[in-house]
Design a protein around this ligand. Sequence first.
Ligand SMILES: Cc1cc2nc3c(=O)[nH]c(=O)nc-3n(C[C@H](O)[C@H](O)[C@H](O)COP(=O)(O)OP(=O)(O)OC[C@H]3O[C@@H](n4cnc5c(N)ncnc54)[C@H](O)[C@@H]3O)c2cc1C
Length: 539
Amino acid sequence: MNENSLKCDTAIAGGGVAGLACALELLKKGQQVTIVDRDTPERLGGLARWAFGGMALCSTAQQKRMKIPDNPTRLLEDWQSFAEFSSNDKWPELWAKEYAEKNHEQVYLWLASLGLKFLPAVNWVERGLYKPGNSLPRYHVLWGTGWELVEVIIAHLKPYIESGQLTILHQHKVIAPIYQDDKVVGLTATNELEVNSTEFAISATNVVIACGGINGSAEQVKKHCVEGETMVPEQFLNGANPISDGTLHNAVASIGADITRQDHMWNYAAGVPHPQAEFDGHGLSLIPCKSALWLNHTGTRIGPQPLITGFDTNDLCQQVTKQEKPWTWQVLNYDIAAKELAVSGSLHNPSIKNKKLFSFLKEILFGNHRLVNQMLEESEDFVCADSIEALTEKMNALTGEAYIDVAHLKQQVASYDKKLLSGEALENDDQVRRIRHARQWRPDKLRTCKPAPIAHGKTKLIAIKLQLITRKSLGGIKTNLQSQVLDEYDKPILGLYSIGEAAGFGGGGASGKRSLEGTFLSGCILTARNAANKITKIN
Ligand SMILES: Cc1cc2nc3c(=O)[nH]c(=O)nc-3n(C[C@H](O)[C@H](O)[C@H](O)COP(=O)(O)OP(=O)(O)OC[C@H]3O[C@@H](n4cnc5c(N)ncnc54)[C@H](O)[C@@H]3O)c2cc1C
């Protein structure tokens, strides 16, 4: 550790994408910056490293090429509809407006300036169920995934590390901001590599809290669910980072910061235990297949509104949580899995992560057999059989109880299949209606099967045991549009900023109850750039 790291212009608590983006902007303006991050050097970049890299953006060249008539007004209308803001959500609403108006300039063009590119096809996610969601496609996928995003930002930071303008303290934990004479003047930290590390201080004119959300901590998730609106079952998986455990949220609250909407979370309904788990309860989030039947623990189709992804993730989570057992099933066949199954994240999408155009196109056109075979091989929660009888046996063996009766499961599958055998003119099923709607949009059609019976005997059957998986915190530290941390009376705490997931992606909960999806990485960049802009104007 050198003198520059202990005294700097800005100290950033957390080296996730928000912290790194903020650092880059401050360094460009000549600031001396220290980043303190709890994780190992290989994991610098936080969750963004594992992220798929989808971003909700509007008025982009990709949208124009696909003749999607999007604009900030339309994005804001969709955002407000999905967020269901309450009268107390002054800052979240202002951040939603900021995002709608500035995402193009502050995020899309900024990423382009770093040399990053998006895939040409724009996807249509979170279309809405009981509340209108995205009224048109705006989900852009970063070529190279979140991994590339992090690597590119780090590459831009390297010259500043070499010149000594940026110091990164890896495996150091920030304990709290130092608050003196009504302003923040630095932070305290410990070196987690040392056995009996003593707390030391870093003095800084500005401190930026970029420690991520709280959804990596099962205790925090349970605590806030009890207090608020989101429900989680008694058992769930963890799809975030246990390092981000809410310590810093509590520390800034103790000096007067207002923490809001921590009960709002963006979890997913289709998790399986991670076959290469890095910590207890570590899960993988599947993009569940639209054409699969979604069943409860007895093998009964969940309803009356059948569950199908792509419309309202929050509702899916609430529906699976209401079930009697903390797991549900998807039953499908191999052909559906090959076309529709996906796993969220960079590591399970190697052709996009490694920018292999040929294998990416092959997977889209002929199905992702590699992924299906990998999951069947690696995950105990994927079972495969030639008949419903054999499948039921494996499903019951997995839960250790004969919850599923073969005749019942056969009847459930047959009843769905029968509807599809009478021909399109006589179809009457909400899942099939939604599948057809998804297929109207060409990029989604490529990943969604034409409605067809599941048990047609020509291909193997698959059942996947699914659990709820926690992921993003929608609430967090309340901030104004310059990312300054606010107290309960909306007064800025001088010298203190918060960005990214720690700040609920702006304002302590910019997404309200639901995200339009892909608003997180982009929200990190927007809040980070706004903070850097304010800091460099003041100093
Ligand atoms: C598998 C996966 C897929 C995803 N896909 C997408 C996607 O496609 N699109 C999208 O928009 N979002 C996606 N996300 C979400 C997105 O990646 C995160 O919301 C975003 O990266 C959060 O960035 P952050 O910098 O705010 O926080 P984090 O990435 O959580 O980083 C916080 C950093 O702070 C450090 N830290 C925490 N506490 C302390 C402390 N006390 N002292 C020092 N350091 C500390 C941690 O080590 C960490 O490095 C995905 C997430 C995952 C896990």
